[in-house]
Design a protein around this ligand. Structure first.
Ligand SMILES: *Cc1c(COP(=O)(O)O)cnc(C)c1O
Length: 366
C-alpha cells in the first residue's frame, strides 16, 4: 500500500465503493451491441422516461446554463412543501437524496458513533457511516422485512442515526404504520430517525411519517425525483424535517448542490400528476406480471411494494453475466451478501417479457 494511505483516515481503507447498475454505454462498448438493443432493468429507473413537461422546462433552462442556479432552491422547495403540506423551511434539496444521507452523516456522525440499519437495507447508509468513521449495526430482518422492534432494541448510547427504508431496496418490503408508531414511541431523543421513502409514490397506501416531522421529532424523510419522476440522470432529491433540523443540515450543504436544470425539471415534473399516474399503472402491471412469471417458473421471490422484484435464481452472478450477453442488464446481489438472488426493475411490458423469456430459457424452464 502506498504512503498516501497512511495519511488518509484509517476507516477509508475498508470502504468499498458503491457498485451501480451497469450503464447501457458500457455494455454496448464491451459486447459490441447496439445501445438500442440493450435493456436496462438494473437501477429502478422509470421505463417511460421523464415527464414531457419536465423535458420542456429543462430545455428552456439550458439557455441559462451560464448562470449559477438558485442555491436556495426557492420555487422547488416551495412546490415540494405544498405537495407535502409543509413549509419551505421543512425542505432541503440534495444532489440526489443520497446527498442528503451524506448531510445527515456530516451533521451527526463522528468516529466511534453507531448507526442502526436492517441487515439487507440500502447499502448507501453503511457506506456513508463508514465515510465518517462510524460503525453500522445491522439488525436481522426475517423474511427480508425490517424488524423495527429489534432495531429499537439495537439503539444504544452511541447510536446517532437509525435508517428505515420504506419500501426497502433491494428487498421491496415495507413496514406498517402500526410498526412505525410503536418504534417511534421507543426512539430516544439522542437519535435521528431517517425514513427513506424513495418509492413512496408507488404505494397505494403509504404510512404517514410526516406527522413526526410536524411534531418536531428528530426525523428526516427522504424522497427523490430519480424513481417515479424518471429524473435519475439529474441527481435531485430532498429531505423533509423540522425547520431546526433542516437548518443544521443546511450548514453541511455546498452552495449550488442542486443544479438549475434539475430544479426546473423537478419543478415541472412534480406538477405532472398524469405522468406519475401512468408510471404507477405501468409499474403495477409489470410487477404483477414479473411476480406471476416467477411463480410459474417455480422461483422464490419477495413480494414487492416498489418498482423492482428480488428473485432467487441460484447463481446470481452467472445469471447476470448470461443475461448481459443478450443485452439485458439486471443486478446481482453480491453486494448485499445474497449471491443466489438477483434484483430486476419493472420495465415496459415488452422489456419485462423479453427478460422473463430469457431467464426462463437460461434456467431451462422455458
Ligand atoms: C434509488 C434510491 C434512492 C435515491 O437515490 P437518489 O440519490 O435520489 O438517486 C434512495 N434510497 C433508496 C432506498 C433508493 O433505492
Amino acid at each position: 500500500m502506498s504512503a498516501i494511505w497512511n495519511l488518509a483516515h484509517p476507516w477509508l481503507h475498508g470502504l468499498v465503493a458503491y457498485e451501480p447498475g451497469k450503464p447501457i454505454e458500457d455494455v454496448a462498448r464491451e459486447l459490441g451491441l447496439a445501445p438500442g438493443d440493450i435493456i436496462k432493468l438494473a437501477s429502478n429507473e422509470n421505463p417511460l422516461g421523464p415527464s414531457p413537461k419536465a423535458l420542456e422546462a429543462m430545455r428552456a433552462t439550458l439557455e441559462r446554463s451560464h448562470f449559477y442556479p438558485d442555491g436556495g432552491g426557492y420555487y422547488l422547495r416551495e412546490a415540494i412543501a405544498n405537495k407535502c403540506g409543509l413549509a419551505r423551511e421543512n425542505v432541503i434539496l440534495g444532489c440526489g437524496s443520497n446527498e442528503v444521507i451524506e448531510f445527515i452523516g456530516q451533521a451527526f456522525l463522528k468516529p466511534g458513533d453507531e448507526i442502526v440499519t436492517a441487515k439487507h437495507a440500502f447499502v448507501v447508509y453503511k457506506l456513508m457511516a463508514t465515510l465518517f468513521g462510524a460503525k453500522t449495526v445491522e439488525v436481522e430482518d426475517p423474511g427480508f422485512k425490517h424488524d423495527l422492534e429489534a432495531m429499537a432494541d439495537a439503539i444504544g448510547p452511541k447510536t446517532r442515526e437509525v435508517f428505515v427504508a420504506n419500501p426497502n431496496n433491494p428487498t421491496g418490503t415495507m413496514v406498517s404504520q402500526e410498526e412505525i408508531d410503536r418504534f417511534m414511541a421507543r426512539v430516544p431523543e439522542h437519535v435521528v430517525v431517517v425514513f427513506d421513502e424513495a418509492y413512496f409514490e408507488f404505494l397505494e397506501k403509504a404510512p404517514d411519517t410526516l406527522k413526526y416531522v410536524r411534531e418536531g421529532r428528530n426525523v428526516v424523510v427522504l424522497r427523490t425525483f430519480s424513481k417515479i419522476q424518471g429524473l435519475a440522470n439529474l441527481r435531485i432529491g430532498y429531505g423533509l424535517a423540522n425547520p431546526e433540523l433542516i437548518s443544521v443540515l443546511q450548514k453541511t450543504r455546498q452552495p449550488f448542490n442542486a443544479n438549475g436544470i434539475a430544479q426546473a425539471g423537478a419543478l415541472a415534473g412534480i406538477l405532472d400528476e398524469e405522468h406519475q399516474l401512468r408510471t404507477r399503472l405501468v409499474t403495477d402491471e409489470g410487477r404483477a406480471y414479473l411476480q406471476e412469471s416467477f411463480a410459474a417458473l417455480g422461483l422464490e421471490f419477495v413480494p414487492s411494494y416498489a418498482n423492482f422484484v428480488l428473485v432467487k435464481v441460484g447463481d446470481g452472478k452467472d445469471v447476470f453475466a448470461k443475461l448481459l450477453q443478450q443485452g439485458i442488464i439486471i443486478r446481482d446481489m453480491t453486494a448485499y451478501a445474497l449471491p443466489e438472488w438477483i434484483r430486476v426493475s419493472v420495465g415496459t411490458m415488452e422489456q419485462n417479457r423479453r427478460f422473463v423469456s430469457a431467464l426462463g430459457a437460461l434456467l431451462g424452464k422455458a
